[in-house]
Write a protein that binds this ligand. Structure first.
Ligand code: AMP
Length: 117
């Protein structure tokens, strides 16, 4: 069940600040507090969804399109022609720390290998 005390829920309620780069009716994009690349931006839906599967299962088509178009809008400012990476972690084994669905956008440098065994 969605935990509305998670840090992104607090950011959405404006209880804690963020470095916002875009806001649309269904999504908020802001800089990751601990960047893993020159540009590291998180895009989150405004609705209460835990991860990708939950978002796709329960969100309306308008929310889904609005969310991904916001991600595309953020990407447009990051020279996407030079390459970028989108990541969405889910669950403990997937490396998810914050249980509110989010897309990591990484760009601005050579990103190297995705994962190693
Ligand atoms: P994940 O491990 O996929 O759940 O990613 C959570 C991300 O949220 C991590 O990259 C954190 O650095 C980032 N993060 C945690 N707290 C904040 C915050 N207050 N503002 C911005 N990014 C945050």
């Amino acid at each position: 069940m969605y935990d509305n005390t998670n840090i992104f829920a607090k950011i959405l309620r404006k209880e804690i600040p963020c470095q916002a780069v875009a806001e649309t009716p269904h999504a908020l994009a802001f800089r990751d507090i601990s960047p893993k690349a020159k540009h590291h931006i998180l895009v989150i839906p405004k609705g209460a969804y835990e991860d990708f599967a939950d978002f796709i299962a329960r969100a309306t088509e308008e929310e889904i399109v609005g969310f991904y178009r916001t991600a595309r809008q953020v990407l447009a400012d990051l020279q996407p022609e030079l390459g970028y990476r989108l990541i969405s972690n889910s669950g403990q084994r997937g490396g998810q720390e914050v249980p509110h669905y989010h897309l990591h956008i990484l760009a601005g440098q050579n990103l190297g290998a995705m994962v190693s065994l």
